[in-house]
Structures are given as C-alpha cells and as structure tokens.
Write a protein that binds this ligand. Sequence first.
Ligand SMILES: Nc1nc2c(ncn2[C@@H]2O[C@H](COP(=O)(O)OP(=O)(O)OP(=O)(O)O)[C@@H](O)[C@H]2O)c(=O)[nH]1
Ligand SMILES: [Mg+2]
Length: 322
Amino acid sequence: MAIQFLTKDEKDKKKVVSASKLLFTGLDNAGKTTIIYGIQREFSKIAFLKPTRGAQRRIFEFMGREIAEWDLGGQISYRISYLKNPGKYFDDTEIAIYVIDIQNRVRLPEAISYLKDVVEQFKKLEIAPPIYIFLHKYDPALRRNALNEMKNLEVEIKEKVKRNVEYKQIFYYNTSIYDLPSIIKAMSEILLSLYSKSELIEKTIIEFGKKTYSDGIVLLDDNSLIIGSYYKDDETKNLLSASTPYFLTLNDSFVFTEVQPSRKEEDNHMVVQRFGRNFLFKQLSLKEGINPYYILMLKQDTHINKEDIACFSNLLKEILYS
Ligand SMILES: Nc1nc2c(ncn2[C@@H]2O[C@H](COP(=O)(O)OP(=O)(O)OP(=O)(O)O)[C@@H](O)[C@H]2O)c(=O)[nH]1
Ligand SMILES: [Mg+2]
C-alpha cells in the first residue's frame, strides 16, 4: 500500500474541507473577533484589536469533531469582495453567527441590509444554515441603567429583521464581552446543536453528579465551551455558570511549565470556598494531543474520589473519541 505524505498546508486544507464550517459575519466593528478571542480567553489580544483583514480561519476541536471557524472581516471593501465570490466565502456554512452592535443605532439599517445580502448568498448556494443573531455589546451597565430602552430596541430589531429578511431559521442571543457567561452560553448551545452525543454526555454527568454528591457540575472544554451540565436547582445553576470563565482564567495563570515534570494529574485541582459551599475545579486530560477538559463542581464537602474521576474520564473519552 502506498503511503501518502501530506505537507502541513495540504493537511490543513484537508481539515478545512472535512470540518463543520462556522461562519462569523456582520459589519465592521460589530465585535466578531472580540467574541472569538473571548472564548479563547485571549484577553490581552482583545485590548489591541485591529479590524480583521479578509477572512481569518481557525480550526478547533469541539467534542471530538473539527470546526472550521471563519471570521469574515466586515469592512465594506471586504464585504463587497465576499458578495462577489459567495462560493468561496459562504458555501458549506453549517452555522452562521451574525453579529450586530446594538450600541450603534445609526448603523442598524446597514446591519440589516447586509444580513439580507448574506441570506441571499445562502439561498443562491442552496444552503440553509441556522443564523444566530448576536445582539452584541449588550453590556451589563446598559442592562442596569437602560433596561426598558434595551428591551424596546430588541423588539424593534427583531421586527425589522422579520419584515426585511425572509428566512426560516433565525435565532437571537444577547451578548457582551463584559458578560463572558453570555457568550459562553450562546456558543455552547449553538455548537451542541450539531451533536447527537450531547444527550449521552448529559446522562453521564448526571450519574457522576449523584455519585459524587455534587449539587452541580459543569463540564467545559478548553475553548470555555460548556459540553454538559447538571444542576440541583436554579441557584446552583446561576452560581456555576457565572463562575466558569473565572476558574478557567485562574487556571490559565497557573500554567505549569515543562520544568516541573513531576506534577501529577491528581494534584491539578483547586478548591474555592464561597457562600458556604465549595467550588472544585479540576482539569481532565482525556487523550494525549487533545486539549484538556475541565470540570467545575459545587459541593457541600471538598472530597473528590480519584476512582470516580477516572471512571468519569474514561466514559467521556469513550463517548467523545471512539
Ligand atoms: N462595549 C462593548 N464593546 C465591545 C464589545 N465587544 C467588542 N467591543 C469593541 O468593539 C470594537 C470592535 O471589535 P472587533 O471584535 O474588532 O469587531 P469586528 O466585528 O471583528 O470588526 P471587523 O474585524 O472590522 O469586522 C473593539 O473596540 C472592541 O473592544 C462588547 O461586548 N461591548
Ligand atoms: Mg474582526
């Protein structure tokens, strides 16, 4: 049998073709690249962001599957070139995220008009991916100080889209980089919709939750995305979902280098006590060469049984990678 060696470029190309395409589009300055860096916790890059030049692609793994993320720079000259060559930019989209800056009212008509253009391209290409509209820059300060105004604006945008854009699958999320859980929730729900495995994972987490006497558990991947969760009640849910980005960020800042090869997997967990309860955060390395996963648990006690963790990790590995 002939062995085929591929160059890195050829391999990347092959990956792009087989991966599910996730398209980020919208006007310039809407916040697309910020959202992408947000879930990667690349906060230092966010502060110095420049407009994206053309289409930037990245491949990442989500639940054992490859996702090709396309970030289409939204400046007018690029938008024109995408519309001239829809096959190259819009074809094969499985999920589209359309980002609208809700703080820029003046550009709302332009944002809706470009959404219409994008939908037209999908129709021309005979594809019908769901479009998730992010009403972005929905900052906590605005929510606090101008909630009624924001609610009215939301209704207004949705009505305008309905009137101007004929498309079956349009869904909405309110997001802000100053409310990372809002981005994590949106991205996780959207990507999970691609997977049939998610129900099985959910069941595995519930079982693990009961076995370990946990009030709640969130399973996360390295992109801050929530793969599955189990909550005893709403209060636990709110506490846990609000805390995930902070534990991940804290963990990032404790990155151990190769200089400490003796560091064992079981040492790698944190316990934080708040509100009379214990948050346990632990890294799970399911497979070599694959980014780690993480669990955040809310418990009455601080006990964590190694065998239970090993069994849970094995089950996850089987579900995700076999
Ligand atoms: N207030 C607020 N500002 C944000 C938010 N997200 C992004 N921004 C700011 O919006 C500006 C534009 O963000 P980008 O992510 O570069 O926008 P983009 O959509 O990628 O723009 P192009 O690459 O030109 O298409 C930056 O100054 C960000 O800091 C948010 O949630 N709230
Ligand atoms: Mg950008």
